[in-house]
Design a protein around this ligand. Sequence first.
Ligand code: ZN
Length: 149
Amino acid sequence: MKIESFELDHTKIVAPFVRKAGLFKGEKGDYVTKFDLRFVQPNLETMPSAAIHTLEHLLAGYLREEIDGIIDMSPMGCRTGFYLTIWGDVSEEDMKKALIAALDKVVESTEVPAVTAKECGNYRDHSLFSAVEYAKYVGEGLKQGKGKY
Ligand SMILES: [Zn+2]
C-alpha cells in the first residue's frame, strides 16, 4: 500500500503552502479532493498542541464559511499542518484563497467555540493567543507565496 504523504520528501518542502495531495473519484462519479495545508516547516518547527487544537476549532467554522463541501479538516500528527478533504475537484488556488480568508478571521477572534467538557475531548488544552499568532504567521507566509513542495 502506497501512502501519498510518506512519498513526499519532507526535507525539500518549504512551508507554508496549500498542496493538492489527491483527487479521488467515487464509484458514482463524485470527486473528493484531499489537501495538505502545511503551516510550519517540518522538522524545524511544530505548533504547540494548544495552538493547533484551537486553530482546529476556529478553522472548522471559518473555512466552511469560505468554501462549500468540506468533509473534514484534521491536524497532522507531526503538528506542522492539517489535512483537509472536500467534495469536488477543487483547485489549490481556491483552497488557498479560502484558507487565507479563514486565517484572517482567526486573527480577529475573541473566543474559541466548543470548549466545554461536553463539546471537546481536551477542553483544557486551548490557546487563543497562540492560535492568533500562528494565524498571523501562516497567513502572512501564504500571502507572500514563498512556500514550495
Ligand atoms: Zn477540541
